[in-house]
Each structure stands twice: as structure tokens, then as C-alpha cells.
Design a protein around this ligand. Structure first.
Ligand code: ADP
Length: 264
């Protein structure tokens, strides 16, 4: 069985600088030269080596991420990202905040890291409303780990009981029932069975699941999609390395929409 979402994402109340993970994420400012809040705490705990390395990075744009070593921190690396300053919500803040999470995760994956801890980016001095930020954090991380398996563990570290219960409620709500994560896991396992039974390797596994899982509502639909894919493999007599073509995926997607249970 693939791990459930709660084995991949944990909510922690506490200090990010003490977390034992491959990388902790810093909610930095564009200069990367240190600041208050979590940034100050990370620089204090890491020692002066961190600032010296940051000076050589030439800053970081909002929504982007850069990596340094962790110096005296328990984590080997720090991934610095710059969250958006809250300007009322109509200046692309949501998308910029989501890209902080995505870019930090992608950089961790590129660096072959397995675990990462995030603070609640932008929710301090940058003024992003906590609930809206927490929802973006949880959704963006869930989406990422659904389609990328290198990073086994993501910690969302927040300060205070109010933030902790908010995060926990959001993760509970987003992961109950037939979440995209669960539907994707079901489809991945059907694909594995198809590969094993036909002695093939499906090259575009992730792309297939990424296209179809958001449209799948329940296990029955996941199973029938698996059966359709299996039928396609049988009918084409495909062997070796197989790529399921775009038009087949589109047909499957259309048939999922036709059942009238399309999820917006
Ligand atoms: P930003 O400038 O991106 O808003 P801040 O550091 O001001 O960044 O705040 C981001 C969040 O980090 C806030 O919710 C704050 O409570 C939290 N925070 C501050 N110090 C720590 C820490 N040591 N560990 C985890 N979270 C922290």
C-alpha cells in the first residue's frame, strides 16, 4: 500500500530551527541578508556561516527559492524563499505564495532531499492572513507530493495552538473522502498491475495520473479507468516501454466527464 497523505505531511507546533529534516525552509526577504521572525531565528541558530553564504547568492525574487547549507542547524540545508507581501489579495499573492512552496519542494527534489520543513510563509511581518495562507500551503504541498515521490516527508511547522488547529483542520478536510491524492494512489496501483501483468513499463505514468486523477471521483471510477487502460494495452499489443498517447487520455477524460460527476 502506498503511504497515506498523513504519512507524507505532518503538522507540527514548534520551532522550525530544531527540526531534524534534510532542509528547513526560510521565509526570507529579497536581500537574503537576514531579518526578523523565522528568518532571524534561523540565522541565529545556524551561525554566521549562513549569512556569509547568503551574501554570495545575490538575493532572491518573490516566489522563487535558493538553497544553502545549514551550518549549525540540525538540518543539512536551508531553502530560502521569499513570500509575497500581503496587499489585500488582488495582487497575485495567492499564486506567489503557492510558487514559494512549489519552488522550494522542486529545489529539494533536485537536491535529492527526502524531508523538508516549512514555516507559515508570509504570515508574520508580510501580513498574509493565516487561514488563507494555511489553505494554500496544505493544498500546494498535497498536490506536489501526489505526483512526486522523492520527498517522503513534509513538515508544516507553525507557532501557537491556534495556527496548529487551523492547519490540522485544513489537512483533515482536504484529505478526507476521495481526495485527489487517494485517487492518484489508486490509479498508480492500477498502472503497476497493468505493467506487471503485461510485462511492460508505462513511460508516462505520472503524466497519465496527473491528467486523470483530478477527474476521478471514487474507487469505482479509478478501477474502471484502470480497466480501460488495461484494455487499450491489450488491444494495441503494446510491449516493452509504452507511452499511452494523448488522444487516449483525452478520451478517458471525456468519458469521466460524461458520467456527470465531474469535479470542478
Ligand atoms: P514573513 O516575513 O514571510 O511574514 P515571518 O518570519 O515574519 O515571515 O513570519 C512567518 C511565520 O513564521 C509566522 O507565522 C511566525 O509566527 C512564524 N515563526 C516565527 N518564528 C518561527 C520559528 N522559530 N519557527 C517556526 N515558525 C516561526
Amino acid at each position: 500500500m502506498a503511504p497515506g497523505i498523513k504519512e507524507r505531511i505532518s503538522i507540527i507546533e514548534g520551532d522550525i530551527t530544531t527540526q531534524l529534516v534534510d532542509a528547513i525552509v526560510n521565509a526570507a526577504n529579497p536581500s537574503l541578508l537576514g531579518g526578523g521572525g523565522v528568518d532571524g531565528a534561523i540565522h541565529r541558530a545556524a551561525g554566521p556561516g549562513l549569512l556569509a553564504e547568503c551574501r554570495r547568492l545575490g538575493g532572491c525574487r518573490t516566489g522563487e527559492a535558493k538553497i544553502t547549507r545549514g551550518y549549525r542547524l540540525p538540518s543539512r540545508f536551508v531553502i530560502h524563499t521569499v513570500g509575497p507581501v500581503w496587499k489585500g489579495g488582488d495582487s497575485g499573492e495567492d499564486e506567489l505564495l503557492a510558487s514559494c512552496y512549489r519552488n522550494a519542494l522542486a529545489l529539494a527534489e533536485l537536491s535529492d532531499l527526502r524531508s523538508i520543513a516549512f514555516p507559515a510563509i508570509s504570515t508574520g511581518a508580510y501580513g498574509f492572513p493565516m487561514e488563507r495562507a494555511a489553505r494554500i500551503a496544505v493544498r500546494t504541498v498535497m498536490k506536489y507530493v501526489t505526483y512526486h515521490t522523492t520527498i517522503g516527508k513534509v513538515l508544516l511547522v507553525c507557532r501557537g495552538n491556534a495556527a496548529y488547529s487551523l492547519y490540522t483542520d485544513i489537512l483533515d478536510k482536504e484529505s478526507t473522502g476521495n481526495s485527489e491524492y487517494q485517487m492518484a494512489q489508486a490509479l498508480f496501483s492500477h498502472l503497476s498491475m497493468i505493467e506487471a501483468s503485461h510485462g511492460i513499463r508505462v513511460k508516462n505514468r505520472v503524466a497519465i495520473v496527473h491528467t486523470l486523477a483530478p477527474a476521478i471521483r471514487n474507487d469505482i471510477q479509478a478501477l474502471s479507468t484502470g480497466i480501460s487502460l488495461n484494455n487499450w494495452v491489450s488491444a494495441t499489443g503494446a510491449y516493452g516501454e509504452v507511452t499511452v498517447p494523448e488522444n487516449i487520455l483525452q478520451k478517458l477524460l471525456d468519458s469521466l466527464k460524461d458520467t456527470g460527476v465531474w469535479r470542478e
